[in-house]
Design a protein around this ligand. Structure first.
Ligand code: SF4
Length: 143
């Protein structure tokens, strides 16, 4: 019972604070606030198309087919490049690591990414994914 009262109090207080903030600071820019709050965590706001891309990546079933077609590329990199499956399943999901992830696929051409998409059973948009990661990594590197 006490915990329910405490939760109710927290929710009510949060509502009052939010309403007061909106009344007293009507011109707050949410994007500026977001950027300021999360800059140290290396998180950036997404565009609508970037946001819509994320669920499409979760379709990956981890079949490894994309890696199989890139065996030579992986061997040539002396395993510095772990393949696109790892990229889709992990590297592309951690924005603070996008600069490292972008380096890992630096040598992949648009043609190779397009070919991988054709071979992927769930139609992962490799080219869009690479563009997304590269553009965010570029923003991290700019002052
Ligand atoms: S081929 Fe497609 S589904 Fe299979 S591991 Fe690669 S990205 Fe995932």
């Amino acid at each position: 019972m006490t915990s329910l009262l405490h939760a109710g109090w927290l929710l009510a207080w949060s509502l009052v604070r939010t309403l007061l903030r909106r009344i007293l600071l009507p011109n707050r820019d949410g994007l500026v606030e977001f950027t300021r709050h999360y800059a140290n965590d290396r998180l950036m706001p997404l565009t609508i198309s970037e946001r819509d891309l994320i669920p499409r990546l979760s379709a990956c079933i981890g079949c490894g087919r994309c890696d199989w077609y890139q065996t030579q590329h992986t061997v040539a990199s002396r395993s510095a490049y772990r393949g696109m499956m790892a990229f889709v399943l992990s590297a592309s999901r951690s924005m603070p690591d996008f600069d490292v992830a972008a380096d890992a696929m630096a040598n992949l051409s648009e043609e190779q990414l397009s070919t991988l998409r054709q071979r992927c059973p769930v139609d992962i948009p490799f080219s869009e994914l690479a563009g997304f990661v590269r553009s965010k990594a570029q923003l991290m590197l700019s002052p």
